[in-house]
Design a protein around this ligand. Structure first.
Ligand SMILES: [Zn+2]
Length: 307
């Protein structure tokens, strides 16, 4: 482990000191480091960075595919990967409870840490869930900022600014990619906001409470099987309440997430003679959807379930 750290430190030092000395060495090193090395915390951040950085960035994602990011604990190898990065992108808003500890022990003073939620007006975790218990692992805010349209635009901009700073030679490239991304987000908002205004039913059910920011964008209301931190296997009482909620509000579709007990969603759907449908929360990679594709799918699918 130590050896690898020393090797990578040496590589950095060589790049700095040998520039212009040995052509062979320089070419080799610069072709390896041509791309900005980005470390992202979990898939949602990776998908977002891909929209802005496209082929000028090389991304290493920390939380492995299929792992629930709310309860993630980093390992020593994650530390090494973060040390190799130029930029470390976290969602922030309390999503990565592990990041602070990791950053204290990471040996890379040049690492630029991007809190993608910087500047976002956060929603209190208690706003959705009266029963959220005191939980020392999680923060006081709903961390799912990347799943809202307005909030994703702010995150994209924070990422764009970090890329411009790290790689000023490609400033226009990143700015244009951001404009395209912002345009796609605005298109979704402008297309669907009037549509949602026309439906009388604004209520839907998900696996865990992930769409607080999207609800704020579109004037919707979510209810969920598990809480905002994907915790709390529902009690029989909670299930009973959900059945009542679904019946009273004429909810026909229960959205399912791969990482959150789809069986319970299915039970609930059977109970009320409704159906389940997939939704992309981007906690992990499902079906290789790009960020924009997943957002479009989610908004369209929620709309179709309400109209
Ligand atoms: Zn979540």
């Amino acid at each position: 482990m130590k050896k690898r750290i020393i090797t990578s430190m040496l590589a950095v030092m060589l790049t700095v000191t040998l520039t212009g000395c040995s052509k062979e060495n320089t070419v080799k090193t610069s072709s390896e480091s041509n791309k900005v090395k980005i470390v992202t915390s979990f898939y949602g951040m990776k998908a977002l960075v891909e929209e802005i950085g496209k082929d000028k960035v090389e991304i290493h994602n920390v939380v492995p595919e299929g792992t629930e990011p709310h309860d993630f604990e980093p390992k020593a190898k994650d530390m090494i990967n973060i040390e190799k990065g130029n930029i470390f992108v976290i969602n922030g808003a309390g999503m990565e409870g592990w990041s602070e500890k990791v950053l204290k022990s990471v040996n890379n003073s040049n690492l630029e840490v991007v809190d993608a939620s910087k500047g976002i007006e956060l929603i209190s975790a208690k706003d959705h869930e009266e029963e959220v218990e005191e939980d020392h692992d999680h923060g006081e805010y709903d961390p799912h900022t990347w799943l809202g349209i307005e909030t994703a635009k702010i995150q994209g901009k924070n990422i764009m600014e970090a890329l411009v700073k790290a790689d000023p030679g490609n400033k226009t490239y990143y700015e244009e990619n951001y404009k395209t991304f912002e345009g796609a987000m605005n298109d979704i908002l402008n297309t669907y906001k009037p549509k949602f205004n026309e439906v009388s039913n604004k209520k839907f059910i998900t696996g865990h409470a992930t769409f607080g920011y999207l609800c704020r964008d579109l004037g919707l209301e979510q209810n969920s099987i598990e809480d905002v931190f994907a915790e709390g296997e529902p009690s029989p009482k909670k299930l009973e309440e959900l059945v009542k909620y679904v019946k009273q509000n004429n909810v026909k579709v229960i959205f399912t997430e791969t990482l959150v007990s789809p069986e319970i969603s299915e039970t609930l759907a059977r109970e009320v003679k409704g159906k389940t449908e997939k939704i992309y929360t981007l906690h992990s990679n499902e079906d290789n959807k790009t960020f924009v594709e997943a957002m479009k799918y989610n908004v369209e699918t929620i709309y179709n379930s309400l109209k």
